[in-house]
Design a protein around this ligand. Sequence first.
Ligand code: ATR
Length: 291
Amino acid sequence: MPNSPDIPCIPISGATTLVGIIGHPVAHSRSPQMHNAAFAHLGMNWAYVPFLVDPANLESAVNGLRDLNVRGFNVTIPHKQAVIAFLDELSPGAQAIGAVNTVVNDNGRLIGHNTDGIGFVRSLHDARRWNPKRSPGALILGAGGSARAVCDELLRVGVGGLRIANRTTQKAEELAAHLLVNHPHADIKVIDHTPLFHRAAINWAELIINTTSVGMKEGDPSPLDTNGVSPGHIVADLIYTPPETPLLKACKATNARTINGLGMLLYQGAEAFTLWTGKDAPVDVMKGVLA
Ligand code: ATR
């Protein structure tokens, strides 16, 4: 998106502190707009820039960012797991999740964090006044890096259990085994990725969450046969472009409560902002930019 007249620009100077995002692709990211608006709003001499990093160059890019003294960076597809090998330390949360979306550069020591799960749960509270302790459980579609973060945080805040369905069942089984290490008493089951098993899990779950990329591309189908989805369900899609995926559209038609990925984008960003700056993020300003 070109610079909008509504988004104030930061005058770069010799004293500007730099943060950014590494990804491949990265041009679609809305994080630069969101963070730069926050810096400008608070009058901070900081700037956030996108870095397109080929997976083959990940190590040298990470070392370069350390040596350039950037204060930190976000990490997106496909580097969230691979980046760990090039960091000096992980927060307990990132360790538990096994993926990193935020790195803090502490005087040359790169510390990996993961704010995705926290961001997702904050977005649920925000949008739906949701009470995890009263939630029987969640049906999770997908078993990649985002699913790891979301599942770990849901269990942490007290969701009753998880049913995980993934195109590649083995990856769902690996995710379930990984989660059980940190949540040994949790009710976690891998289910077949078929409408029959989906249906049983839909009847059991309160929350349904799509963490796959199905729905992002024009012409994509819904990743779930939505038969059985009812007004009692909350259906979340981590995708935010398009704002209404085929899954959300089908579920909205059943009067289920739906939520797209913009809230998670906002709150994972707000948490990262605080890790870098030590300040509370101006969430309303950041939300305004994403609207
Ligand atoms: P992220 O970090 O965003 O979670 P990822 O780790 O690459 O990205 O995970 C992508 C998820 O989307 C995986 O669960 C993947 O399924 P596989 O494990 O079978 O690869 C799922 N996914 C991607 N494309 C898909 C498709 N066309 N149909 C079904 N699932 C798909």
